[in-house]
Ligand binder design. Sequence first.
Ligand SMILES: Nc1ncnc2c1ncn2[C@@H]1O[C@H](COP(=O)(O)OP(=O)(O)OP(=O)(O)O)[C@@H](O)[C@H]1O
Ligand SMILES: [Mg+2]
Length: 238
Amino acid sequence: MGIVITVGMEKGGPGKTTIATNLAVTCVIAGMRVLLVDADKQRTTATWAEGRRDKGIEPPITCVEKTGKCGRDIAELAENYDVVIVDAGGHDSIELRQAFAVADLCIMPLRPCQPDVWTLPAMIKLLDEIEERTGTRPQVRILINGKEAPKKVRGEYRETKDTRDTVDLIDKSFGGSMPVLKSMVSYRPAFWRAFPEGMSVIEMPKTARAESAKEEISNVFSEIFNVELASVDQSAAA
Ligand SMILES: Nc1ncnc2c1ncn2[C@@H]1O[C@H](COP(=O)(O)OP(=O)(O)OP(=O)(O)O)[C@@H](O)[C@H]1O
Ligand SMILES: [Mg+2]
């Protein structure tokens, strides 16, 4: 039985599809049997996967679309994979609730800004309702995405004040109930360049900027699975 990772957030546009697709490729390259599930009626992940298939990019990523009451289907599909990654769309929907309810881990991408943080009480309420209904509360991690790149201060890279303030605000406001992944993803054009090519940033040609994006996604993967991603060359990461 594989694990289900649902990438979901009520807010539109914080990077759910970007994270789901990049994580899927990273998992496949690490040797896992991966299924990507598009549970968002926008079909962005499915369109990305179709583009990848049509361009013949290796390794292939298997993607299915599931809408409506999709929880049981997702759980059953997980029996045949090591990991099922669900892109659950950007509003409170039946798909988001069902995909969270069957998830081993819910990843909530969040831009480091107040309006995104303000959506978290609604997400906590949604998790409370899932727990009341199922008796189980899924594990959650906030993933800061689209932040400023770390800045070099006295020879060391440090997160900017805005990013640190956002993490502090989440910690203080929610008392650890919404833990933030240490690994964060910066705003990097490599993400929106790779996407229409049906690719992940880890497959992009080697440039200093792409390498930073690769390193960040690899770190997110490693933190989630607590394993090293040996197949990705991180040596040139800026
Ligand atoms: N770290 C990043 N750096 C640069 N661009 C990014 C990053 N993350 C996401 N983007 C870009 O931001 C836009 C929105 O991202 P994405 O589609 O992944 O968000 P979403 O949460 O899935 O949106 P929706 O709610 O519409 O489903 C896309 O153009 C994507 O390429
Ligand atoms: Mg999306």
